[in-house]
Design a protein around this ligand. Structure first.
Ligand SMILES: [Ca+2]
Length: 170
């Protein structure tokens, strides 16, 4: 029995290593003007669409905005890639709801590593959500918060935002 257990652990170890090294494929992407039409300026932001770029202007305290509703992506798509130019805001926080949990709360939230806020476009690829225990099942909708809540007159220019999953046999 011990030998079988050890074998299973070794197999699982190599399976996880293979997944971590597997290529990524795009599941969903918002990039063109019409992709951004369904985005919602929920709290103290103004949204504008300019030549394929979603412009988010912070207009007050605790700014945030929502993705379109019912995106319904599998949590396998746990890698977020964003091409963004940020002015005066170094932190992106994400919240999400799932098909089996439609409440917005702090358990389903994550503050991404710091970004550069000098107004130049950069592409960031975050795989942090792959290890988040609450990023599972079906993701129904998410929201993004320029942080901190008192960030002040910040602006984000999002060229695109996309989610990717790893596949062993693309
Ligand atoms: Ca774009």
């Amino acid at each position: 029995m011990i030998a079988i257990t050890v074998l299973l652990i070794v197999v699982e170890h190599y399976r996880r290593m293979a997944i971590e090294r597997a290529p990524i494929v795009e599941v969903v992407r918002w990039d063109e003007d019409y992709d951004f039409l369904g985005w919602i300026p929920t709290n103290n932001v103004r949204l504008d669409i300019r030549e394929g770029v979603l412009v988010i202007k912070v207009s007050g305290f605790d700014p945030y905005f929502h993705s379109p509703p019912l995106i319904n992506i599998s949590a396998e798509a746990c890698i977020m890639r964003i091409r963004i130019a940020s002015v005066n805001c170094s932190w992106i926080k994400i919240y999400w709801i799932r098909a089996d949990d439609l409440n917005w709360d702090e358990s389903k939230a994550y503050l991404f590593p710091v970004i550069t806020a000098d107004g130049a476009f950069r592409t960031y690829t975050f795989d942090d959500l792959c290890k988040h225990p609450q990023w599972r099942g079906i993701i129904v909708q998410f929201r993004l918060d320029p942080e901190p809540a008192d960030v002040g007159p910040a602006v984000w220019y999002i060229d695109y935002i996309a989610f990717y999953k790893r596949v062993l046999n693309p």
